[in-house]
Design a protein around this ligand. Structure first.
Ligand code: SAH
Ligand code: SF4
Length: 359
């Protein structure tokens, strides 16, 4: 029988696992504590378990850590990991420090099926959902690297999570949900729902579920203010159009001025960056507690898009501000390490292909 991966288990499942091994229930709490409060990777160092229990666990279970293909540190403090999973699939995890806040950007899938035309992840061929343990493992890798154990220490560098890495999290909702529940657990990583943001291209049926079951913040990758353009930029719009999406957002639970929806809007030169677009955007989200995040397009080799000019971005931002929105233009972080969605992975794969050709 293959060994049980402990990261695969919710707390309740860990309790059942212990019971099946004829271990008392309190062992589950001790193991959970070692794994998520102290970052232990081996049962051998779990000193309060007793030798017999340690031997049994070594025989029956393991604590997963993925292989790290490469780590890229940017001069602005952004760190990006290219992580190799058990089937050799590659995913990315990014840590972005911003003053007292430190955000970990997690991937939810290998690649993405949705093929947004400006996104590099959408061009990758291999696509599969990540298991919940593969989502959890990403953050454990960041804790390991930053020496953030024990997780309850004060002035923690890791304070926020965004589901903005590779993949569409709401197309892998059950696994993402299981991972987030583990990451929110107060006796462990303990990141509250107010510090977690789900970014989606607009999988309408799952939006409501996400709000009621997890209560995390919502970010919508809008990028266009009319269906004709959004059908091209974000093709899932053909299934869930702007009207459906806006209605789902209006009904998102517990929205308030302190709990707003973030609208992500990638600035594409002469595509969606006119003053008229900005005015239509204002009109579209009227009445919804909102923040707007203007993202300068991060170009990648072979793309047909260009980044909007500084001038266009300023006019767009000013139009939004005049309508009462604080509209921060997202700083391109980790530019020197290609921190945008899917880029590091593709680069590595291309490099490998080239190497193969040479060899
Ligand atoms: N699939 C989810 C989450 C991952 S993408 C979603 O689409 O929301 C995270 C964010 O990065 C999205 O807002 C996406 O539109 C944006 N993005 C993707 N490629 C980009 C690029 N080349 N430049 C700027 N932003 C990009
Ligand atoms: Fe997928 Fe998001 Fe990229 Fe669209 S922007 S292809 S949904 S990862």
């Amino acid at each position: 029988m293959s060994k049980q991966n402990i990261l695969e288990l919710s707390f309740e499942e860990l309790r059942d696992f212990c019971t099946n091994l004829s271990l008392p229930k309190f062992r589950a709490k001790q193991i959970w504590n070692w794994v998520y409060c102290f970052g232990q990777k081996s049962f051998s160092s779990m000193t309060n378990l007793g030798k017999g229990t340690i031997h049994l666990l070594l025989d029956k279970a393991y604590i997963y850590r993925p292989e790290i293909e490469s780590i890229h540190e940017s001069s602005d403090g952004t760190i990006k990991w290219l992580i190799k999973l058990e089937d050799n699939a590659l995913i990315e995890t990014v840590f972005i420090p911003q003053g007292k806040r430190g955000t970990v950007c997690l991937s939810s899938q290998v690649g993405c099926t949705l093929n947004c035309t400006f996104c590099h992840t959408g061009t990758q061929k291999l696509v599969r959902n990540l298991e919940s343990f593969e989502i959890i493992a990403q953050i454990l890798v960041v804790f390991d690297h930053l020496k953030e154990w024990p997780s309850a220490k004060s002035n923690r560098k890791i304070t926020n999570i965004v589901m903005m890495g590779m993949g569409e999290p709401l197309l892998n909702y059950e696994n993402v949900k299981k991972a987030i529940i583990t990451l929110m657990a107060s006796d462990g990583i303990s990141i509250s729902k107010r510090k977690i943001t789900m970014s989606t291209s607009g999988i309408v049926p799952e939006i409501q579920k996400c709000g009621t079951e997890l209560g995390v913040n919502l970010a919508i990758s809008l990028h266009a203010v009319n269906d004709d353009l959004r059908n091209i930029l974000v093709p899932i719009n053909k299934k869930y159009n702007i009207e459906n999406l806006i209605n789902a957002c209006k009904n998102y639970p517990s929205l308030s001025n302190s709990r707003r929806i973030t609208w992500e809007y990638v600035m594409l030169k002469n595509v969606n960056d006119s003053k008229k677009d900005a005015l239509e955007l204002v009109n579209l989200i009227k009445g919804i507690p909102s923040k707007i995040n203007l993202i300068p397009f991060n170009p990648w080799p072979g793309t047909m898009y260009e980044t909007s000019t500084q001038e266009k971005i300023s006019i767009f931002a000013k139009t939004l501000m005049e309508a009462g929105f604080a509209s921060p233009v997202r700083q391109a972080r980790g530019d020197d390490i290609l921190a945008a969605c899917g880029q590091l992975k593709s680069l590595t794969e291309n490099r490998k292909k080239n190497l193969n050709k040479i060899i």
